[in-house]
Every structure is written in structure tokens, then in C-alpha cells.
Design a protein around this ligand. Sequence first.
Ligand SMILES: [Zn+2]
Length: 258
Amino acid sequence: MSMDETLYCPAAPRWLPWAALLLAAAVVALVWWQLGTGWGLAALLLVPGLFVLPVFLPNSGFYAPVLSRWAGAGQRIWLTIDDGPSADTPALLALLGRHQARATFFLVGERAAARPELVRAIVAAGHSIGNHSHSHPQAWWWALGPAALSSQIGQCQQQLAAITGSAPRWYRSVVGHTNPFVAAVLRRHGLRRVGWSARGYDGVAAEVPTVLARITPQLAPGAIVLLHEGGRPGQAEAVLDGVLQAAAQRGLRADIPG
Ligand SMILES: [Zn+2]
């Protein structure tokens, strides 16, 4: 089975957002015409809100195709670790090595530039790397225009290629947000957007047992697990250890596609 078959990701057609926008305009006009100005104004305010919603849904393919499960994974799960490289990276690599597990690290370009040796260590250990923007502007990622997105994603791509010798093919949105301008940039770089099916909200100040209690029930064949590094000291390692143990108990192996 080829990579593309195993990772088939049903994409919404490119014209869908625009067709939906036209339809929405028609709905507003119809409401205005049939029900009068009061309802018409209400529709004018509410209907555009429907277009904002998919921006904040990490697994919505409305604005750009997304993988939210690893199809054809068998008894495997896909661990994805965001926000590195960081002081946690060496411990995470050692832990993955002890479990003979592989993961994808979604790296931030600036942080990779500051610690290129960690990026090379990730690849040398058999893991893959992905693009997680150049500077991780989390408050504004959803609102960035085409030029800013192109620069954020392009610079990260360039940085990681310069360090490792090959450009990543996976992309993870900053805080999972996706606007109408992302898809074109991803196509240009041959990047595929990866969402997730299991998360423990480990980015927020949460205790390790709480994070594990959230993730464990979601560990199933083909699950894509969202993890973070670079938080409180020791937290990322403890969470990863718990996830690897829970996966093993369920007969699941952490591996990467391709
Ligand atoms: Zn992030």
C-alpha cells in the first residue's frame, strides 16, 4: 500500500468556502426579503459567524485538508510532540528509544535555529519532524494574512531543511487554528496538515495524572496523539512515559507514517 493510500485524507474541494460564502449571502438576502429588516439584520450579523467557526476547529477540513486519524495504521498510534526543540528534547528522545517508539516532532523554526543539534538528534534517532511555524505567534495565528503565513511557514521550512538536509512534509497549525489562506501555502510547500484525535490539554498548567486520564481513553488504533514539550520541567517526559505505558497495555505501538 502506498503512503497516499494509507494517509488518504478527504479534502473539501477548493471552491467550497467560496460557494458557501455565496450561499450565505443569498440566505441573508432571502431572509431580509421574506422576513423584513429586523430578521435580515440579524442574519447579516449571524451568518458570517459560521465562517469563523472552522478557523478554531483543529480537525475541520473546511479551509484546508487535515489528517485527524492515521488510516491503515493497524495496531499503531502516531505520537506528535509540538513546540520544540526544548530542554525536554533529550529526555524525550531517550524515553522513546527505551520504548522502541517513534514520534513526529513539530518544531518551531526559531527554536530549531537556536538548537540545531537537537533537531539533528531527533532525525538521527529515526523520528520525523514537522513544521510548526517560524515564531509560534499563538495569539494571532488565526488572523494572519497570506503574506505573514507564507513567511511563517516558509521560513520554518527553510530553517529545518538547512539543518537536516530535507524539508518536512508535515505541518501542524499553531494552536490548531486554520484560516482561508493556509491551504495555498501548504500546497506550495507540499505540506500536509496533521490534526489530532487524542489530547490531554498538557499545554495548560495541568497535573500529569489529569492529562493522562484525558488521553488514555482516546488511545485507539490509528489515534493521532497531541503532546507538547517545553512546559514545566519534567512534565513532558512524565506525560510521554504514561502515554507509552498505556499504549503498550492496549497492545498499541507508537510509530510514524511513511
Ligand atoms: Zn504550538
